[in-house]
Ligand binder design. Sequence first.
Ligand SMILES: Nc1nc2c(ncn2[C@@H]2O[C@H](COP(=O)(O)OP(=O)(O)OP(=O)(O)O)[C@@H](O)[C@H]2O)c(=O)[nH]1
Ligand SMILES: [Mg+2]
Length: 179
Amino acid sequence: MGLLFAKLMTVFGDREHKVIIVGLDNAGKTTILYQFLTKEAVHTTPTIGSNVEEINVKKTRFLVWDIGGQETLRASWNTYYCNTEIVILVVDSTDRERLTLTKDELHRMLAHEDLQNASVLVLANKQDMKDSMTAAEISHSLTLNSLTAHSWHVQACCALTGEGLHASLDWMRSRVVAN
Ligand SMILES: Nc1nc2c(ncn2[C@@H]2O[C@H](COP(=O)(O)OP(=O)(O)OP(=O)(O)O)[C@@H](O)[C@H]2O)c(=O)[nH]1
Ligand SMILES: [Mg+2]
């Protein structure tokens, strides 16, 4: 039975792992989703609702939901939480003014019962901009150290070139393979 199961797993692969990408409008969420998928920077318009794509990383399958970040859309983020294993929070590293707002959204979100077992990946995006904050500064401002109930990781990246995104996918895979 064990052998048969192992064989079936090889043929059909592992189950899909649900990921949601959240963050304020203009953070770069949609650009990141399609950089994950196509390894290219695509032209985007503000997302109304969501985009969803399957991303494969060394036979691990992620179903990735990119959710619109405009203020009016944030109230419905919670409709995507059920069964989420990884939350990707994208931050525009040049947007100092709205970092407190991002922090409040993050901590409010993680208090939701459907996200109690989710791991958190913070992407400090737009590192190509010369006035961007570092991953360490963003980590400090978001008080990530206070997240004791969730496994978390912060990664600097640039969605236009894809820099930092390969490492992000590796971390995501390590979370679901370990679980
Ligand atoms: N310079 C720079 N621009 C970026 C980067 N990532 C995204 N952008 C730009 O930022 C803008 C917003 O990107 P989107 O991916 O549409 O942002 P979003 O988070 O999906 O926004 P909403 O759908 O409104 O929530 C676009 O003009 C992107 O080209 C980056 O790493 N560097
Ligand atoms: Mg978008």
